[in-house]
Design a binder for this molecule. Structure first.
Ligand SMILES: Cc1cc2nc3c(=O)[nH]c(=O)nc-3n(C[C@H](O)[C@H](O)[C@H](O)COP(=O)(O)O)c2cc1C
Length: 340
């Protein structure tokens, strides 16, 4: 974990925890009274994953309001960019007071989570006020441009992380939204890659007993009655001949811990099934034992899908692990869920 030293009000040293690349836009997270920067590590990681440079200065203990506001002013003056300020509890009160009293242009956005204040915020400032459901905290705050969200505020949570990321993306985007257009294959591929998917391994057993399988994200549910799903293997995939030949195949949805399995079934390899645990159910295709979900299917139809084949399966048996997180794929990279 990286750290950075700031000089606070009156020259006192203030250590800060720093997460994410310094080339990304800054988010200054102000801790609640009695909390350490490290208490917000998960939140900082989530914001850094979403492309932010997160700075969490320690809050001086037993400081006066004037000292906390002075510390914030001093830190803002030492930053080379204008951050979004996210204040939590007492940190929110400090931020509101500082912006009201004279630092309105030193930040590009403000999020107040918990705390209370009767400050007047700059009208042009993108702001979000998060307070518990039904509370009248911040009732005396003047913030014409603010959004109000009702949500538990007493502890960092994945829901709060998601709220923050969504606010930042919408109100303080990293760069102005850029659109790319065209009809060439590269543009089409990149545009299709904006559709986030899970990752599956599609498997079958050839009549001679050889197991085949490949990584595929071209998977979707089709129908509940009858229970149908589809997946699209490339015509040139080595396994394709077997998929065409057999009556049954299986689709295994991968969890977040199975990225190496996805890589194994996407790279050239002769021993894919020697390197994973698998089992057989009723109809022969190998079922990857620890998957997030497995569907054993009877082949229902096979359609022409250009350079791919649309393989439709009728689900015969299913098993899934409801508590696990999925492995995701988005714009050519593996991803993980930010929140449940
Ligand atoms: C995340 C991910 C998704 C993929 N999705 C598909 C897909 O839907 N269809 C396909 O034919 N290949 C897909 N591929 C590529 C195949 O997994 C890869 O070409 C594999 O080597 C083909 O297996 P083969 O050895 O049987 O030819 C994907 C690869 C990755 C990493």
């Amino acid at each position: 974990m990286a750290t950075r030293d700031f000089t606070g009000y009156g020259g006192i040293p203030l250590a800060a925890m720093v997460v994410g690349s310094q080339h990304e836009p800054a988010v200054l997270l102000l801790p609640d009274e009695g909390r350490d920067p490290a208490d917000y590590e998960a939140m900082a990681e989530a914001l850094a994953d979403a492309g932010r440079h997160v700075i969490i200065p320690a809050r001086r203990s037993n400081g006066s309001d004037e000292q906390h506001v002075g510390d914030l002013g001093a830190i803002l003056a030492q930053l080379s960019t204008r951050p979004v300020i996210v204040g939590l509890g007492a940190g929110a009160e400090t931020a509101a007071r500082a912006l009201c009293e004279g630092e309105p242009d030193l930040c590009t956005g403000l999020v107040l989570v918990g705390g209370d204040s009767d400050a007047t915020l700059p009208p042009h400032l993108p702001a979000m006020i998060v307070r518990p459901e039904g509370s009248d905290l911040y009732a005396a705050l003047t913030a014409p441009g603010a959004e109000w969200v009702e949500q538990q505020t007493d502890a960092p949570s994945e829901l709060l992380d998601a709220l923050l990321i969504e606010f930042l993306e919408r109100r303080v985007p990293r760069t102005p939204t850029e659109y790319i257009g065209g009809s060439d294959p590269r543009t089409l591929r990149d545009a299709l890659g904006t559709f986030a998917t899970g990752v599956t391994i599609v498997t079958a057993r050839a009549p001679d007993g050889t197991n085949v399988g490949l990584t595929a994200n071209s998977f979707t549910s089709v129908s509940l009655d009858p229970p149908l799903l589809l997946v699209c293997p490339h015509r040139q995939a080595h396994s394709m001949a077997v998929f065409s030949e057999v009556d049954h195949f299986a689709v295994n949805v991968l969890h977040i811990g199975q990225q190496s399995v996805s890589d194994l079934f996407a790279r050239k390899s002769d021993d894919r099934f020697e390197r994973v645990d698998w089992e057989v159910w009723d109809h022969g295709p190998p079922i990857l034992t620890n998957s997030l979900a497995s569907f054993e299917c009877r082949k229902f139809a096979e359609y022409d899908g250009g350079d791919h084949v649309i393989l439709v399966g009728e689900v015969k048996r299913v098993r899934f692990a409801p508590q696990r997180d999925p492995l995701l794929y988005f714009r050519g990279k593996y991803r993980r869920l930010h929140f449940a």
